[in-house]
Write a protein that binds this ligand. Structure first.
Ligand SMILES: Cc1cc2nc3c(=O)[nH]c(=O)nc-3n(C[C@H](O)[C@H](O)[C@H](O)COP(=O)(O)OP(=O)(O)OC[C@H]3O[C@@H](n4cnc5c(N)ncnc54)[C@H](O)[C@@H]3O)c2cc1C
Length: 402
């Protein structure tokens, strides 16, 4: 065996690194903590277009990360101060503002690479080790786990965290039972420069064909506030997603403008379209002895509400508070009482979020049921007039996500 750790995290995505930071902050510098990541670099390009894989990080999660000392390049972020939902007739059916919750912003839109590398930099500065490797198997031994890498290295740990994404090899090796349902849709992402400033408003269109277009405000490359920039996530059937991703820039702009104009008029493609399959994944139990699953490895969901990364960051925050107890009572990081508490605390919120996004996705895809679909629009418009409803939504957005 090469090494022994208190916490070993397989997967250096945003959630894996947030768990490493949580472990370091809660357990102290004496504990050995490492992240195993198969990709050699997640570097953020210092110039050029922003990556089209962006997240709306809820204000509560961002505050927690900053509190842990994570520093973000504010020039690559855009604050979201309002969310507008358009119904199938194109009219605004809901408008939620940060003002409703008495705050300046609901969330910030951040690129995948910028978020991941900012958290990783802070964790590494605090002494978390990065191990480049591919975690392929595990073996349970007494009060610990041996993780096996593809080059046959063995790493011992008191707690192994599976943060290796939706196709988690560690989850499989641990024998965790996952129920995965592939949606008949893919998400197409791309970035655009647009004609007018976005004023911090994220917009979403629920379209008559069941597809969902979201345009999120992002930092403008030129820094010219009069010409905004937006990042697209368009969820649509696989064949149409493939066709959309293959369009020439002019045709792609026309397809987006056909839906989004005049509210948002896109002028130029700044990051090419990319498509990814959508699925919902649930675990019967995110804990299997001294192996614990977080992020997409534990709960993938439809991106229509921008929840994926926020629910994962909430996993890390939960572990942070659970591990603070470990220090008080002298238990190790993978003690069954602590992992049991993680299981109890995360089950409800994760299930609720998956249920809500799945139900919304299904409601808006009842193409065979125009009455139901129209009822959804009318209901949204009616509720949207109630200040208490808007206040509830805006508060939820701040603490969890959009
Ligand atoms: C192209 C694309 C675009 C997306 N766009 C959006 C979007 O616009 N909005 C949104 O909300 N969500 C989007 N998502 C989903 C979003 O990326 C995930 O919800 C989020 O990344 C989950 O974070 P995570 O850290 O749990 O997992 P990931 O970000 O998937 O990180 C997992 C990490 O583990 C590493 N890894 C995998 N297997 C191993 C192994 N065996 N050993 C070691 N390391 C391993 C991977 O290299 C990766 O770095 C997108 C996904 C893709 C693929």
């Amino acid at each position: 065996m090469n090494s022994r750790y208190s916490v070993l995290i397989a997967g250096g995505g945003p959630v894996g690194w947030a768990c490493a930071l949580a472990a370091r902050a809660a357990l102290g510098r004496e504990q050995r903590i490492a992240v195993v990541e198969r990709q050699s670099s997640n570097a953020v390009p210092t110039s050029g277009p922003l990556s089209a894989r962006v997240y709306t990080v809820a204000a509560g999660n961002l505050t927690w990360l900053k509190h842990q000392g994570v520093e973000f390049d504010e020039g690559r972020m855009a604050a979201v101060s309002g969310i507008v939902v358009h119904g199938r007739d194109g009219r605004e059916s809901l408008h939620v503002c940060a003002d409703d919750a008495g705050c300046a912003e609901l969330a910030n839109v951040v690129e995948h690479e910028a978020l991941t590398s900012a958290i990783a930099a802070r964790a590494q500065a605090l002494g978390v080790t990065l191990i480049t490797g591919d975690c392929v198997g595990l073996h349970r031994e007494g009060d610990g786990v041996l993780a096996e890498l593809s080059d046959r290295r063995l790493l011992g740990t008191q707690l192994l965290i599976a943060a290796d994404g939706v196709r988690s090899a560690v989850r499989e090796a641990a024998g965790m039972r996952a129920a995965q349902h592939a949606y008949p849709q893919s998400g197409v992402v791309a970035n655009f420069a647009c004609a007018t400033a976005h004023r911090g408003v994220a917009r979403q269109w629920f379209l008559p064909d069941g597809s969902i277009l979201a345009l999120l405000p992002i930092a403008a490359l030129s820094g010219d506030a009069a010409h905004g920039a937006v990042s697209m996530v368009w969820s649509l059937p696989h064949a149409r997603a493939k066709a959309l991703s293959a369009l020439e820039p002019v045709a792609l702009l026309a397809s987006v403008n056909a839906v989004s104009a005049p509210a948002v008029r896109v002028l130029q493609v700044t990051s090419p379209a990319q498509s990814f399959p959508l699925s919902v994944l649930r675990l019967a139990d995110p804990v299997a002895g001294r192996v614990l699953a977080v992020g997409d490895a534990a709960h993938a969901m439809h991106p229509l509400a921008g929840q994926g990364v926020n629910v994962g960051l909430a996993d890390a925050r939960c572990l942070h508070s659970v591990w603070q107890c470990a220090l008080q009572v002298g238990a190790d990081a993978g003690h069954p009482l602590l992992t049991g508490r993680y299981r109890r605390e995360r089950y409800g919120p994760t299930f609720a979020m998956q249920f809500a996004t799945d139900a919304l996705m299904r409601l808006y895809n009842r193409l065979d049921h125009p009455v139901l679909m129209a009822a959804g629009d009318a209901g949204m418009r009616l509720f949207g007039r109630l200040p208490a409803f808007r206040r509830t939504l805006s508060t939820a957005a701040i603490h969890h996500a959009l």
